[in-house]
Ligand binder design. Structure first.
Ligand SMILES: Cc1cc2nc3c(=O)[nH]c(=O)nc-3n(C[C@H](O)[C@H](O)[C@H](O)COP(=O)(O)OP(=O)(O)OC[C@H]3O[C@@H](n4cnc5c(N)ncnc54)[C@H](O)[C@@H]3O)c2cc1C
Length: 526
Protein backbone atom coordinates (compact mmCIF):
# COMPACT_ATOMS: atom_id res chain seq x y z
CA UNK A 1 0.00 0.00 0.00
CA UNK A 2 1.43 3.38 -0.97
CA UNK A 3 2.41 5.61 1.93
CA UNK A 4 0.26 8.70 1.49
CA UNK A 5 0.98 10.18 4.89
CA UNK A 6 2.93 13.15 3.58
CA UNK A 7 0.11 14.32 1.28
CA UNK A 8 -1.69 17.36 2.65
CA UNK A 9 -5.25 18.31 1.74
CA UNK A 10 -7.31 21.46 2.08
CA UNK A 11 -10.20 19.30 3.33
CA UNK A 12 -10.79 15.73 4.41
CA UNK A 13 -14.34 14.38 4.44
CA UNK A 14 -15.05 11.38 6.66
CA UNK A 15 -17.61 9.09 5.02
CA UNK A 16 -18.88 8.82 1.45
CA UNK A 17 -22.58 9.09 2.24
CA UNK A 18 -24.32 11.33 -0.28
CA UNK A 19 -23.90 14.33 2.06
CA UNK A 20 -20.15 13.80 2.43
CA UNK A 21 -19.77 13.44 -1.33
CA UNK A 22 -21.82 16.58 -1.94
CA UNK A 23 -19.75 18.60 0.53
CA UNK A 24 -16.57 17.29 -1.10
CA UNK A 25 -17.80 18.17 -4.59
CA UNK A 26 -18.71 21.75 -3.64
CA UNK A 27 -15.35 22.30 -1.95
CA UNK A 28 -13.45 20.87 -4.92
CA UNK A 29 -15.43 23.00 -7.36
CA UNK A 30 -14.21 25.99 -5.36
CA UNK A 31 -10.63 24.95 -5.94
CA UNK A 32 -9.96 22.97 -2.77
CA UNK A 33 -7.92 19.77 -2.71
CA UNK A 34 -10.28 17.24 -1.11
CA UNK A 35 -9.99 13.66 0.12
CA UNK A 36 -13.02 11.49 1.04
CA UNK A 37 -12.39 8.51 3.33
CA UNK A 38 -14.96 5.70 3.41
CA UNK A 39 -14.80 2.73 5.76
CA UNK A 40 -16.76 0.40 3.45
CA UNK A 41 -15.62 -1.07 0.16
CA UNK A 42 -18.49 0.73 -1.59
CA UNK A 43 -19.40 4.40 -1.55
CA UNK A 44 -22.80 5.95 -0.80
CA UNK A 45 -23.56 5.06 2.83
CA UNK A 46 -27.34 4.55 3.05
CA UNK A 47 -27.66 5.63 -0.60
CA UNK A 48 -26.40 2.48 -2.21
CA UNK A 49 -27.38 -0.27 -4.67
CA UNK A 50 -25.98 -3.73 -3.92
CA UNK A 51 -26.27 -7.25 -5.28
CA UNK A 52 -27.26 -9.56 -2.41
CA UNK A 53 -27.83 -12.45 -4.82
CA UNK A 54 -26.15 -12.81 -8.24
CA UNK A 55 -28.19 -10.90 -10.84
CA UNK A 56 -30.43 -9.07 -8.30
CA UNK A 57 -29.59 -5.40 -7.82
CA UNK A 58 -31.48 -3.61 -5.06
CA UNK A 59 -31.30 -0.42 -2.99
CA UNK A 60 -30.09 -1.76 0.36
CA UNK A 61 -31.33 1.13 2.51
CA UNK A 62 -32.93 4.22 0.94
CA UNK A 63 -35.09 3.14 -1.97
CA UNK A 64 -37.01 6.17 -3.30
CA UNK A 65 -36.02 9.78 -3.86
CA UNK A 66 -37.89 13.04 -3.42
CA UNK A 67 -35.89 15.48 -1.34
CA UNK A 68 -32.61 15.78 -3.23
CA UNK A 69 -32.21 19.57 -3.46
CA UNK A 70 -32.68 20.98 -6.97
CA UNK A 71 -29.72 23.27 -6.24
CA UNK A 72 -27.50 20.21 -5.74
CA UNK A 73 -28.75 18.55 -8.94
CA UNK A 74 -28.03 21.77 -10.83
CA UNK A 75 -24.72 22.82 -9.25
CA UNK A 76 -23.15 19.36 -9.48
CA UNK A 77 -24.61 18.73 -12.95
CA UNK A 78 -25.95 15.40 -11.73
CA UNK A 79 -28.08 14.58 -14.77
CA UNK A 80 -24.98 14.72 -16.96
CA UNK A 81 -23.33 12.41 -14.43
CA UNK A 82 -26.13 9.82 -14.77
CA UNK A 83 -28.79 10.86 -12.24
CA UNK A 84 -32.15 9.84 -13.71
CA UNK A 85 -35.19 10.05 -11.43
CA UNK A 86 -38.77 9.36 -12.49
CA UNK A 87 -41.86 9.98 -10.37
CA UNK A 88 -43.83 6.85 -9.56
CA UNK A 89 -47.27 6.73 -11.11
CA UNK A 90 -49.25 5.39 -9.38
CA UNK A 91 -47.53 6.66 -6.28
CA UNK A 92 -49.19 4.10 -4.00
CA UNK A 93 -51.35 1.01 -4.01
CA UNK A 94 -52.96 0.38 -0.63
CA UNK A 95 -54.91 -2.85 -0.12
CA UNK A 96 -57.14 -3.09 2.95
CA UNK A 97 -58.06 -6.17 4.99
CA UNK A 98 -61.70 -6.08 3.73
CA UNK A 99 -60.53 -6.57 0.13
CA UNK A 100 -60.95 -2.95 -0.95
CA UNK A 101 -58.02 -0.85 -2.15
CA UNK A 102 -56.99 2.72 -2.86
CA UNK A 103 -54.52 3.94 -5.47
CA UNK A 104 -52.96 7.39 -5.44
CA UNK A 105 -51.77 8.88 -8.70
CA UNK A 106 -49.79 11.93 -9.76
CA UNK A 107 -53.06 13.22 -11.22
CA UNK A 108 -55.03 14.82 -8.36
CA UNK A 109 -58.41 14.16 -10.01
CA UNK A 110 -57.74 10.44 -10.37
CA UNK A 111 -56.64 10.33 -6.74
CA UNK A 112 -59.78 12.18 -5.66
CA UNK A 113 -61.91 9.51 -7.43
CA UNK A 114 -60.08 6.85 -5.43
CA UNK A 115 -60.62 8.71 -2.15
CA UNK A 116 -64.30 9.13 -3.04
CA UNK A 117 -64.64 5.31 -2.99
CA UNK A 118 -64.21 5.71 0.79
CA UNK A 119 -65.60 9.20 1.43
CA UNK A 120 -66.89 11.87 -0.95
CA UNK A 121 -66.46 14.42 1.80
CA UNK A 122 -62.76 13.54 2.12
CA UNK A 123 -62.25 13.73 -1.64
CA UNK A 124 -63.59 17.28 -1.44
CA UNK A 125 -61.40 18.11 1.59
CA UNK A 126 -58.18 16.86 -0.02
CA UNK A 127 -57.38 20.19 -1.71
CA UNK A 128 -57.75 22.14 1.55
CA UNK A 129 -55.45 19.64 3.28
CA UNK A 130 -52.80 20.13 0.59
CA UNK A 131 -53.26 23.91 0.61
CA UNK A 132 -52.25 23.88 4.29
CA UNK A 133 -49.11 21.82 3.54
CA UNK A 134 -48.24 23.93 0.48
CA UNK A 135 -48.27 26.97 2.77
CA UNK A 136 -46.05 25.30 5.37
CA UNK A 137 -43.64 24.04 2.69
CA UNK A 138 -43.39 27.53 1.18
CA UNK A 139 -42.70 29.06 4.61
CA UNK A 140 -39.96 26.50 5.33
CA UNK A 141 -38.31 26.48 1.90
CA UNK A 142 -36.06 29.54 2.36
CA UNK A 143 -34.80 28.06 5.64
CA UNK A 144 -33.44 24.87 4.08
CA UNK A 145 -30.43 26.05 2.14
CA UNK A 146 -28.65 27.88 4.93
CA UNK A 147 -27.40 27.14 8.46
CA UNK A 148 -29.99 26.18 11.07
CA UNK A 149 -32.55 28.99 11.36
CA UNK A 150 -32.38 31.35 14.30
CA UNK A 151 -35.54 32.22 16.22
CA UNK A 152 -35.96 35.47 14.24
CA UNK A 153 -35.78 33.59 10.90
CA UNK A 154 -38.55 31.29 12.08
CA UNK A 155 -40.67 34.17 13.33
CA UNK A 156 -40.30 35.93 9.98
CA UNK A 157 -41.22 32.77 8.06
CA UNK A 158 -44.29 32.08 10.22
CA UNK A 159 -45.43 35.68 10.63
CA UNK A 160 -49.08 36.62 11.35
CA UNK A 161 -51.99 34.65 12.84
CA UNK A 162 -52.09 32.09 10.00
CA UNK A 163 -48.31 31.70 10.25
CA UNK A 164 -48.57 31.07 13.98
CA UNK A 165 -51.23 28.43 13.40
CA UNK A 166 -49.07 26.79 10.70
CA UNK A 167 -46.13 26.76 13.14
CA UNK A 168 -48.29 25.13 15.79
CA UNK A 169 -49.43 22.50 13.26
CA UNK A 170 -45.86 21.80 12.17
CA UNK A 171 -44.23 21.54 15.56
CA UNK A 172 -46.90 20.65 18.11
CA UNK A 173 -49.50 18.41 16.47
CA UNK A 174 -49.49 14.71 15.81
CA UNK A 175 -49.97 13.51 12.25
CA UNK A 176 -53.17 11.73 13.35
CA UNK A 177 -54.46 14.97 14.90
CA UNK A 178 -53.88 16.89 11.67
CA UNK A 179 -55.67 14.21 9.64
CA UNK A 180 -58.63 14.24 12.05
CA UNK A 181 -59.07 17.95 11.32
CA UNK A 182 -59.58 17.30 7.60
CA UNK A 183 -60.87 13.77 7.03
CA UNK A 184 -63.41 11.21 8.21
CA UNK A 185 -62.33 8.04 6.36
CA UNK A 186 -60.26 5.64 8.45
CA UNK A 187 -58.70 4.24 5.28
CA UNK A 188 -57.50 7.61 4.00
CA UNK A 189 -56.10 8.48 7.42
CA UNK A 190 -54.37 5.07 7.50
CA UNK A 191 -52.62 5.86 4.21
CA UNK A 192 -51.62 9.40 5.07
CA UNK A 193 -50.46 8.85 8.64
CA UNK A 194 -47.51 6.63 7.76
CA UNK A 195 -45.48 9.57 6.44
CA UNK A 196 -45.58 10.99 9.96
CA UNK A 197 -43.67 8.12 11.52
CA UNK A 198 -41.18 7.07 8.85
CA UNK A 199 -37.86 6.33 10.48
CA UNK A 200 -39.13 7.77 13.75
CA UNK A 201 -39.52 6.35 17.25
CA UNK A 202 -43.07 7.57 17.60
CA UNK A 203 -46.61 6.58 16.85
CA UNK A 204 -49.05 8.56 14.70
CA UNK A 205 -50.56 10.07 17.84
CA UNK A 206 -47.22 11.34 19.19
CA UNK A 207 -47.13 15.18 19.22
CA UNK A 208 -44.60 16.50 16.71
CA UNK A 209 -45.14 13.78 14.11
CA UNK A 210 -46.75 16.41 11.85
CA UNK A 211 -43.18 17.65 11.35
CA UNK A 212 -42.08 14.20 10.20
CA UNK A 213 -44.98 14.22 7.74
CA UNK A 214 -43.85 17.63 6.42
CA UNK A 215 -40.32 16.26 6.02
CA UNK A 216 -41.65 13.55 3.72
CA UNK A 217 -43.65 15.80 1.40
CA UNK A 218 -41.49 18.92 1.18
CA UNK A 219 -39.67 17.88 -2.01
CA UNK A 220 -40.73 17.49 -5.61
CA UNK A 221 -40.03 14.93 -8.32
CA UNK A 222 -40.94 15.77 -11.90
CA UNK A 223 -42.60 18.94 -10.61
CA UNK A 224 -45.02 17.01 -8.37
CA UNK A 225 -45.03 18.21 -4.76
CA UNK A 226 -44.56 15.38 -2.31
CA UNK A 227 -44.10 12.72 -5.02
CA UNK A 228 -41.50 9.99 -4.69
CA UNK A 229 -39.47 8.62 -7.57
CA UNK A 230 -37.30 5.69 -8.54
CA UNK A 231 -33.76 6.45 -9.57
CA UNK A 232 -32.61 4.39 -12.55
CA UNK A 233 -30.22 1.74 -11.28
CA UNK A 234 -31.37 2.12 -7.68
CA UNK A 235 -30.26 4.67 -5.09
CA UNK A 236 -26.59 3.84 -5.59
CA UNK A 237 -26.91 5.75 -8.85
CA UNK A 238 -27.48 8.96 -6.81
CA UNK A 239 -24.19 8.49 -4.97
CA UNK A 240 -22.54 7.36 -8.21
CA UNK A 241 -23.56 10.56 -9.99
CA UNK A 242 -22.40 12.76 -7.09
CA UNK A 243 -19.11 10.86 -6.87
CA UNK A 244 -18.60 11.22 -10.61
CA UNK A 245 -19.18 14.97 -10.36
CA UNK A 246 -16.86 15.18 -7.34
CA UNK A 247 -14.09 13.19 -9.03
CA UNK A 248 -14.47 15.39 -12.10
CA UNK A 249 -13.70 18.34 -9.85
CA UNK A 250 -10.61 16.57 -8.52
CA UNK A 251 -11.89 14.86 -5.36
CA UNK A 252 -10.01 11.71 -4.32
CA UNK A 253 -12.15 8.98 -2.76
CA UNK A 254 -10.56 6.13 -0.81
CA UNK A 255 -12.62 3.12 0.25
CA UNK A 256 -11.60 0.62 2.96
CA UNK A 257 -10.41 3.69 4.85
CA UNK A 258 -11.95 3.75 8.32
CA UNK A 259 -11.14 6.82 10.37
CA UNK A 260 -10.53 5.95 14.00
CA UNK A 261 -9.40 9.35 15.22
CA UNK A 262 -9.67 12.98 14.25
CA UNK A 263 -6.29 14.41 15.09
CA UNK A 264 -6.67 17.46 17.30
CA UNK A 265 -3.93 19.82 18.43
CA UNK A 266 -4.38 23.13 20.27
CA UNK A 267 -8.15 22.72 20.06
CA UNK A 268 -8.14 22.45 16.26
CA UNK A 269 -8.59 19.53 13.87
CA UNK A 270 -5.54 18.99 11.69
CA UNK A 271 -6.08 15.58 10.11
CA UNK A 272 -7.22 12.00 10.68
CA UNK A 273 -5.83 8.61 11.59
CA UNK A 274 -7.14 5.40 10.03
CA UNK A 275 -7.68 1.93 11.44
CA UNK A 276 -4.90 0.59 9.20
CA UNK A 277 -2.37 3.07 10.59
CA UNK A 278 -2.36 5.59 7.75
CA UNK A 279 -2.86 9.25 8.59
CA UNK A 280 -3.71 12.30 6.51
CA UNK A 281 -3.42 16.00 7.22
CA UNK A 282 -5.78 18.77 6.19
CA UNK A 283 -6.74 22.36 6.99
CA UNK A 284 -10.31 21.31 7.76
CA UNK A 285 -12.04 18.02 8.52
CA UNK A 286 -15.72 17.45 7.73
CA UNK A 287 -17.51 14.41 9.11
CA UNK A 288 -20.47 12.90 7.30
CA UNK A 289 -20.62 10.13 9.89
CA UNK A 290 -23.34 10.59 12.51
CA UNK A 291 -22.70 13.08 15.36
CA UNK A 292 -22.60 10.37 18.03
CA UNK A 293 -19.89 8.43 16.21
CA UNK A 294 -18.00 11.57 15.24
CA UNK A 295 -17.94 13.23 18.64
CA UNK A 296 -17.69 10.26 20.98
CA UNK A 297 -15.81 7.91 18.65
CA UNK A 298 -13.45 9.96 16.49
CA UNK A 299 -12.98 13.16 18.52
CA UNK A 300 -13.18 11.89 22.10
CA UNK A 301 -14.73 13.39 25.20
CA UNK A 302 -11.53 15.04 26.39
CA UNK A 303 -11.64 17.50 23.48
CA UNK A 304 -15.28 18.48 23.98
CA UNK A 305 -17.26 20.68 26.39
CA UNK A 306 -19.09 18.64 29.03
CA UNK A 307 -22.56 19.85 28.05
CA UNK A 308 -21.97 18.79 24.44
CA UNK A 309 -20.85 15.33 25.58
CA UNK A 310 -23.98 15.03 27.75
CA UNK A 311 -26.15 16.24 24.85
CA UNK A 312 -24.68 13.72 22.43
CA UNK A 313 -25.06 10.90 24.93
CA UNK A 314 -28.69 11.93 25.31
CA UNK A 315 -29.43 11.82 21.56
CA UNK A 316 -32.11 9.32 20.64
CA UNK A 317 -30.11 7.36 18.10
CA UNK A 318 -31.67 3.91 18.32
CA UNK A 319 -33.68 3.15 15.22
CA UNK A 320 -36.78 0.98 14.86
CA UNK A 321 -36.77 0.33 11.12
CA UNK A 322 -36.40 -3.12 9.59
CA UNK A 323 -35.47 -3.36 5.94
CA UNK A 324 -36.31 -6.66 4.23
CA UNK A 325 -34.77 -7.34 0.82
CA UNK A 326 -36.42 -10.08 -1.24
CA UNK A 327 -35.66 -12.00 -4.42
CA UNK A 328 -39.02 -13.08 -5.87
CA UNK A 329 -39.81 -15.89 -8.30
CA UNK A 330 -43.07 -14.15 -9.23
CA UNK A 331 -44.93 -10.93 -8.49
CA UNK A 332 -47.27 -10.72 -5.48
CA UNK A 333 -50.84 -11.56 -6.48
CA UNK A 334 -53.01 -9.25 -4.39
CA UNK A 335 -56.51 -10.43 -3.46
CA UNK A 336 -57.74 -6.83 -3.71
CA UNK A 337 -56.43 -6.41 -7.28
CA UNK A 338 -55.48 -9.84 -8.64
CA UNK A 339 -52.85 -10.55 -11.27
CA UNK A 340 -49.28 -11.81 -11.49
CA UNK A 341 -48.57 -9.76 -14.62
CA UNK A 342 -47.12 -6.28 -14.02
CA UNK A 343 -49.98 -3.95 -13.05
CA UNK A 344 -50.50 -0.67 -11.18
CA UNK A 345 -50.43 -2.63 -7.92
CA UNK A 346 -46.75 -3.46 -8.58
CA UNK A 347 -45.17 -0.33 -10.03
CA UNK A 348 -45.49 2.20 -7.21
CA UNK A 349 -45.28 1.96 -3.44
CA UNK A 350 -47.29 -0.81 -1.79
CA UNK A 351 -48.44 0.38 1.63
CA UNK A 352 -49.69 -2.05 4.24
CA UNK A 353 -51.30 -0.23 7.15
CA UNK A 354 -54.96 -0.96 7.88
CA UNK A 355 -55.61 1.96 10.25
CA UNK A 356 -54.19 4.70 12.46
CA UNK A 357 -54.95 2.46 15.45
CA UNK A 358 -52.97 -0.46 14.07
CA UNK A 359 -49.94 1.78 13.44
CA UNK A 360 -50.25 3.22 16.94
CA UNK A 361 -50.48 -0.32 18.33
CA UNK A 362 -47.43 -1.39 16.34
CA UNK A 363 -45.47 1.49 17.89
CA UNK A 364 -46.69 0.74 21.43
CA UNK A 365 -45.42 -2.84 21.10
CA UNK A 366 -42.03 -1.52 20.00
CA UNK A 367 -41.90 0.85 22.96
CA UNK A 368 -42.19 -2.25 25.14
CA UNK A 369 -39.24 -3.85 23.36
CA UNK A 370 -41.31 -6.10 21.03
CA UNK A 371 -41.15 -6.20 17.24
CA UNK A 372 -44.60 -5.18 15.96
CA UNK A 373 -46.89 -8.19 15.56
CA UNK A 374 -48.54 -6.44 12.58
CA UNK A 375 -45.85 -4.15 11.18
CA UNK A 376 -46.56 -1.29 8.82
CA UNK A 377 -44.68 -1.59 5.55
CA UNK A 378 -43.80 0.40 2.45
CA UNK A 379 -42.92 -2.03 -0.34
CA UNK A 380 -41.36 -1.47 -3.78
CA UNK A 381 -40.70 -3.71 -6.77
CA UNK A 382 -38.36 -1.52 -8.81
CA UNK A 383 -37.60 -4.45 -11.13
CA UNK A 384 -41.23 -4.25 -12.36
CA UNK A 385 -40.45 -0.80 -13.78
CA UNK A 386 -36.93 -1.20 -15.09
CA UNK A 387 -34.81 -3.79 -16.93
CA UNK A 388 -31.56 -5.11 -15.52
CA UNK A 389 -32.35 -5.25 -11.81
CA UNK A 390 -33.28 -8.95 -11.69
CA UNK A 391 -32.84 -12.01 -13.93
CA UNK A 392 -35.57 -12.40 -16.60
CA UNK A 393 -38.93 -13.38 -15.03
CA UNK A 394 -37.66 -12.66 -11.49
CA UNK A 395 -38.07 -9.61 -9.28
CA UNK A 396 -36.61 -7.72 -6.36
CA UNK A 397 -38.79 -6.40 -3.56
CA UNK A 398 -37.78 -3.91 -0.89
CA UNK A 399 -39.87 -3.73 2.30
CA UNK A 400 -39.30 -0.81 4.66
CA UNK A 401 -41.03 -1.80 7.92
CA UNK A 402 -41.74 -0.50 11.38
CA UNK A 403 -41.31 -1.22 14.10
CA UNK A 404 -38.63 -3.38 15.71
CA UNK A 405 -36.50 -2.08 18.56
CA UNK A 406 -32.71 -1.93 18.47
CA UNK A 407 -32.73 -3.64 21.85
CA UNK A 408 -35.21 -6.50 22.01
CA UNK A 409 -36.86 -7.21 25.35
CA UNK A 410 -36.60 -10.94 24.60
CA UNK A 411 -33.79 -12.65 22.70
CA UNK A 412 -31.22 -11.07 20.42
CA UNK A 413 -31.29 -9.93 16.81
CA UNK A 414 -28.99 -12.82 15.97
CA UNK A 415 -31.58 -15.23 17.34
CA UNK A 416 -34.70 -13.47 16.04
CA UNK A 417 -33.73 -11.81 12.73
CA UNK A 418 -35.17 -14.61 10.57
CA UNK A 419 -38.41 -14.82 12.61
CA UNK A 420 -38.90 -11.03 12.41
CA UNK A 421 -38.36 -11.11 8.65
CA UNK A 422 -40.75 -14.06 8.20
CA UNK A 423 -43.45 -12.25 10.17
CA UNK A 424 -43.11 -9.25 7.84
CA UNK A 425 -43.38 -11.46 4.74
CA UNK A 426 -46.35 -13.32 6.23
CA UNK A 427 -48.09 -10.02 7.05
CA UNK A 428 -47.80 -9.03 3.40
CA UNK A 429 -48.93 -12.56 2.54
CA UNK A 430 -52.29 -11.79 4.19
CA UNK A 431 -52.90 -9.46 1.23
CA UNK A 432 -51.01 -11.42 -1.45
CA UNK A 433 -51.20 -15.10 -0.45
CA UNK A 434 -48.69 -16.29 -3.08
CA UNK A 435 -45.97 -14.11 -1.61
CA UNK A 436 -44.39 -16.27 1.07
CA UNK A 437 -44.01 -19.07 -1.50
CA UNK A 438 -42.54 -16.69 -4.10
CA UNK A 439 -39.60 -15.68 -1.89
CA UNK A 440 -36.35 -17.16 -3.27
CA UNK A 441 -33.96 -14.99 -1.26
CA UNK A 442 -34.37 -12.86 1.86
CA UNK A 443 -32.08 -10.51 3.73
CA UNK A 444 -33.29 -8.83 6.92
CA UNK A 445 -31.62 -5.69 8.23
CA UNK A 446 -32.72 -4.65 11.71
CA UNK A 447 -31.36 -1.54 13.43
CA UNK A 448 -28.16 -3.28 14.65
CA UNK A 449 -27.58 -4.60 11.12
CA UNK A 450 -28.00 -1.12 9.61
CA UNK A 451 -25.54 0.10 12.23
CA UNK A 452 -22.98 -2.58 11.38
CA UNK A 453 -23.39 -2.39 7.60
CA UNK A 454 -23.81 1.35 7.01
CA UNK A 455 -22.03 2.65 10.09
CA UNK A 456 -24.97 4.64 11.48
CA UNK A 457 -25.01 4.54 15.29
CA UNK A 458 -28.15 2.79 16.53
CA UNK A 459 -29.31 2.22 12.96
CA UNK A 460 -31.35 5.44 13.07
CA UNK A 461 -32.02 6.22 9.42
CA UNK A 462 -31.80 9.99 9.95
CA UNK A 463 -28.69 9.97 12.24
CA UNK A 464 -31.05 11.07 15.06
CA UNK A 465 -34.77 11.76 15.39
CA UNK A 466 -36.30 14.46 13.18
CA UNK A 467 -39.01 15.33 15.68
CA UNK A 468 -39.23 19.10 16.34
CA UNK A 469 -37.03 19.05 19.46
CA UNK A 470 -34.20 17.48 17.45
CA UNK A 471 -34.38 19.77 14.45
CA UNK A 472 -33.79 23.49 13.70
CA UNK A 473 -30.96 24.92 15.84
CA UNK A 474 -31.28 21.95 18.20
CA UNK A 475 -29.77 19.58 15.65
CA UNK A 476 -27.76 17.60 16.53
CA UNK A 477 -27.72 18.92 20.10
CA UNK A 478 -29.24 22.06 21.64
CA UNK A 479 -26.55 24.68 22.07
CA UNK A 480 -24.37 23.04 19.43
CA UNK A 481 -26.56 23.15 16.36
CA UNK A 482 -25.34 23.54 12.80
CA UNK A 483 -22.23 22.46 10.97
CA UNK A 484 -19.42 24.10 12.93
CA UNK A 485 -18.24 22.26 16.04
CA UNK A 486 -16.46 23.56 19.16
CA UNK A 487 -13.28 22.01 17.74
CA UNK A 488 -11.76 24.58 15.41
CA UNK A 489 -11.66 23.42 11.75
CA UNK A 490 -13.96 20.47 12.41
CA UNK A 491 -17.41 20.45 10.80
CA UNK A 492 -20.35 18.07 10.67
CA UNK A 493 -21.87 17.61 7.20
CA UNK A 494 -24.19 14.60 7.53
CA UNK A 495 -27.86 13.89 8.15
CA UNK A 496 -27.42 14.57 11.89
CA UNK A 497 -27.30 18.29 11.13
CA UNK A 498 -29.97 20.74 9.96
CA UNK A 499 -32.23 20.20 8.04
CA UNK A 500 -31.94 16.49 8.74
CA UNK A 501 -31.93 13.07 7.18
CA UNK A 502 -33.10 11.46 3.95
CA UNK A 503 -31.46 11.61 0.54
CA UNK A 504 -31.60 15.36 0.65
CA UNK A 505 -28.13 16.85 0.26
CA UNK A 506 -28.92 20.00 2.20
CA UNK A 507 -26.57 19.25 5.14
CA UNK A 508 -23.66 18.48 2.81
CA UNK A 509 -24.24 21.56 0.66
CA UNK A 510 -24.86 23.95 3.55
CA UNK A 511 -21.80 22.70 5.41
CA UNK A 512 -19.56 23.21 2.37
CA UNK A 513 -20.92 26.76 2.03
CA UNK A 514 -20.05 27.44 5.66
CA UNK A 515 -16.54 26.05 5.28
CA UNK A 516 -15.99 28.20 2.19
CA UNK A 517 -17.41 31.31 3.86
CA UNK A 518 -15.11 30.77 6.84
CA UNK A 519 -12.09 30.30 4.57
CA UNK A 520 -12.95 33.54 2.75
CA UNK A 521 -13.28 35.39 6.05
CA UNK A 522 -9.76 34.30 7.06
CA UNK A 523 -8.61 33.18 10.52
CA UNK A 524 -11.16 33.78 13.26
CA UNK A 525 -10.49 36.78 15.44
CA UNK A 526 -11.01 36.34 19.15
C1 LIG B 1 -33.18 1.43 5.77
C2 LIG B 1 -33.19 2.85 5.31
C3 LIG B 1 -34.15 3.28 4.41
C4 LIG B 1 -34.20 4.61 4.00
N1 LIG B 1 -35.08 5.00 3.03
C5 LIG B 1 -35.00 6.24 2.51
C6 LIG B 1 -35.69 6.58 1.30
O1 LIG B 1 -36.34 5.74 0.67
N2 LIG B 1 -35.58 7.85 0.84
C7 LIG B 1 -34.80 8.80 1.47
O2 LIG B 1 -34.76 9.94 1.00
N3 LIG B 1 -34.10 8.48 2.59
C8 LIG B 1 -34.16 7.23 3.09
N4 LIG B 1 -33.38 6.87 4.16
C9 LIG B 1 -32.60 7.90 4.86
C10 LIG B 1 -31.34 8.29 4.10
O3 LIG B 1 -30.85 7.20 3.37
C11 LIG B 1 -30.26 8.77 5.07
O4 LIG B 1 -30.78 9.71 5.98
C12 LIG B 1 -29.13 9.40 4.28
O5 LIG B 1 -28.70 8.53 3.26
C13 LIG B 1 -27.98 9.78 5.17
O6 LIG B 1 -26.94 10.27 4.34
P1 LIG B 1 -25.59 10.81 4.92
O7 LIG B 1 -24.70 11.07 3.75
O8 LIG B 1 -25.84 11.94 5.84
O9 LIG B 1 -25.01 9.63 5.81
P2 LIG B 1 -24.79 8.04 5.50
O10 LIG B 1 -25.47 7.65 4.25
O11 LIG B 1 -25.12 7.35 6.75
O12 LIG B 1 -23.25 7.99 5.23
C14 LIG B 1 -22.28 8.06 6.25
C15 LIG B 1 -21.04 7.37 5.71
O13 LIG B 1 -19.99 7.51 6.65
C16 LIG B 1 -19.25 6.31 6.65
N5 LIG B 1 -18.51 6.26 7.90
C17 LIG B 1 -19.03 6.18 9.16
N6 LIG B 1 -18.03 6.13 10.05
C18 LIG B 1 -16.88 6.21 9.34
C19 LIG B 1 -15.50 6.20 9.70
N7 LIG B 1 -15.13 6.10 10.98
N8 LIG B 1 -14.57 6.27 8.73
C20 LIG B 1 -14.93 6.37 7.42
N9 LIG B 1 -16.23 6.36 7.02
C21 LIG B 1 -17.18 6.29 7.97
C22 LIG B 1 -20.30 5.24 6.51
O14 LIG B 1 -19.75 4.00 6.10
C23 LIG B 1 -21.22 5.87 5.49
O15 LIG B 1 -20.80 5.56 4.19
C24 LIG B 1 -33.27 5.54 4.54
C25 LIG B 1 -32.26 5.11 5.40
C26 LIG B 1 -32.21 3.78 5.78
C27 LIG B 1 -31.11 3.32 6.71
Amino acid sequence: MADRTNVRYDAIVVGSGHNGLIAAAYLAKSGKKVLVLERRGVIGGATVTEEPWPGYRISTCSYVCQLLLPEVIRDLDLVRHGYDVRPLDPQYFIPFPDGRYMISYLDGEKTAEQIAKFSRKDAAAYDAYWAMWDRVIARMRPLLDRPAPAQEDIERAFDGPEGEEDWRTLTKKSVAGVLDEYFESGELKAVLCVGGVIGTNAGPRTPGTAYVKYHHIMGKVGGYQGAWGFVRGGMGAVSGAIASSARGAGVEILTHAEVTEIDIGDGAARGVRLLDGRSFEADVVLSGADPYRTYLGMVGEKHLPGDLVEGVKGMRVEGSVVKVLLALGELPDFEALPGKGIGPQHTGGIVINPSVDSLQGAWEECERGKPSTKPFMDGYIQSATEEGLAPPGKHTMSLFCQYAPYTLAEGTWEERREEIGRNIVNTLGEYAPNLPGAVEGMEVLGPPDIEARIGITGGNIFHGEILPDGIFAGRPVPGYGGYRTPVENLYLCGAGTWPGGAVFGAPGRNCAMEVLATARAGPRTV
